[in-house]
Ligand binder design. Structure first.
Ligand code: ARG
Length: 461
């Protein structure tokens, strides 16, 4: 490169940056998506500088007007980003000086890119969390509607993916809902630690100018200024925390995806997904593949990976700012983009799931899912639970041999296993009797599911 040194920091250099190094160290290709928040932060900083007597009224209005013009140009795609200007901060500042002259050069007084970038990411991530929360709430809403419609739809409940006890489909969906409740809480908790203002920490030690950090914090909607300048420019905990919360959201979505994939298979045949969320096969005409849940399941990998990237990025970094931190952006951006897409897909798709009630019911009947109910029945007739467990085990073995569910056996057949069994046993051996009996907070009885949906609606209202 020629000896034209960088406009913003070229003073002490005798030659320009090597062309490859310029490309290698630049972040403009990805951090330009911070432009709105960078401008927002600059405007607050400029207003503060004016209040503190560092910028005149004319200089302030030139800066604000210039930044507004740049914002418009960016939004109309009329800006040529420059690699030589490294990043979004220096690109915007250089444009400003091009537009308004010397006043533009004063904007960076009492500030460094180190506190600037920390401010930008916090502002940006705060907005993104709010957008993600809206998608999460929309997804929850759809889940509740589906759960309500299926409060009494019976399906097998599983442990070890083996038929365990009958449950209602609505109850199963409400388990998903609970995961989302915790996910939203985690994001809100993380948002609290994001919402503090590093602006004024400058490069690392603070600044000699009479700045007003309370003012800029308030102006930008932050709860307060950060307490330590060294920590302010180096802390990326908030981004790591966000990625951890994101990895858990994706982990939850991957579990739901896995169930959707299983349930749409011919072997389970529990649900139908609308055609618009599936794709066909170019060779097998009969195929309808659950691509959307499969892809969400797959995308969990990259989000979990981003969490590990950021943890590793921060590991062993000495105070304060290090250029390493420029590498925080791509994992963070991709985490946000992936979360938003996956949540959108789920929020759009979930309300349209169609439960295949008969098929679910048949599956629950086939797996001796009311065996525990029979054991509990014998306990109520006075038998110790361990003995009743043994007795029912024998009845199940007989059922396997005869290819008969417990509810399909005659009273005479059942009496062979215990004389205490009477006609009323059939009330508990039916699937309806089994789910209705689990009638307490958090239980699978249809009435409890409806109550849970009602409580949930008030939670997210
Ligand atoms: N592009 C940089 C980043 O993303 C901005 C801060 C650069 N500061 C510096 N002193 N080089 O972290």
């Amino acid at each position: 490169m020629s000896d034209s040194s960088n406009q913003q920091w070229g003073g002490r250099f005798s030659e320009g940056v090597d062309a490859f190094v310029a490309r290698f160290t630049a972040s403009i290709d990805f951090d330009r998506r911070l432009y709105r928040h960078d401008i927002q932060g600059s405007m607050a900083h400029a207003r503060m500088l004016h209040n503190s007597g560092i910028l005149s009224a004319e200089e302030l209005s030139a800066i604000i007007g210039g930044l507004e013009g740049i914002l418009k140009d960016i939004e109309n795609d009329k800006i040529d980003w420059s690699i030589e200007l490294e990043d979004i901060h220096m690109n915007i500042e250089a444009r400003l000086t091009d537009r308004i002259g010397d006043a533009g050069k004063k904007l960076h007084t009492g500030r460094s890119r180190n506190d600037q970038v920390a401010t930008d990411i916090r502002l940006w991530l705060r907005d993104e969390i709010d957008a993600i929360d809206i998608e999460l709430a929309r997804f929850q809403q759809g889940l509740l509607d589906l759960a309500e419609r299926n409060a009494d739809t019976i399906m097998p409940g599983f442990t070890h993916l083996q038929t365990a006890q009958p449950v209602t489909f609505g109850h199963h969906l409400m388990a998903w809902f609970e995961m989302m409740v915790r996910d939203r809480e985690r994001l809100q908790d993380c948002r609290k630690r994001i919402n503090v203002s590093p602006l004024g920490a400058a490069a690392l030690a603070g600044t000699t100018y009479p700045i007003d950090r309370e003012f800029t914090a308030k102006e930008l909607g932050f709860d307060r200024p950060t307490r330590n300048s060294l920590d302010s420019v180096s802390d990326r905990d908030f981004a790591i925390e966000f990625c951890a919360a994101g990895a858990l959201i994706m982990t939850h979505l991957s579990r739901m995806s896995e169930e959707l994939v299983l349930w749409t298979s011919a072997q389970f045949n529990f649900i139908d997904l609308p055609d618009r969320f599936c794709t066909g096969s170019s060779i097998m005409p009969q195929k309808k593949n659950p691509d959307v849940p499969e892809l969400v399941r797959g995308k969990t990998g990259r989000v979990n990976g981003h969490l590990v990237s950021l943890l590793t990025l921060m590991k062993s970094q000495p105070l304060a700012y290090n250029k390493d931190n420029q590498e925080d952006k791509e994992p963070l951006f991709d985490t946000v983009d992936t979360l938003k897409d996956c949540l959108r897909a789920f929020a759009d798709m979930i309300p349209h799931i169609e439960a295949k009630r008969e098929s679910m019911y048949e599956a629950a009947r086939r797996g001796f899912s009311t065996a525990t109910d029979l054991a509990d029945y014998l306990v109520r007739k006075g038998m110790p639970f361990r003995d009743s467990h043994e007795v029912v085990g024998k009845a199940v073995a007989y059922g396997i041999e005869q290819n008969k569910d417990l509810s399909e056996m005659t009273l005479e057949e059942l009496k062979v296993f215990s004389g205490t069994i009477e006609q009323d046993v059939f009330d508990v051996l039916t699937l309806e009797g089994s789910v209705a009996a689990r009638n307490h907070i958090g239980g699978t009885a249809p009435g409890q599911v409806l109550k849970a949906v009602e409580v949930a609606r008030s939670l997210i209202a």
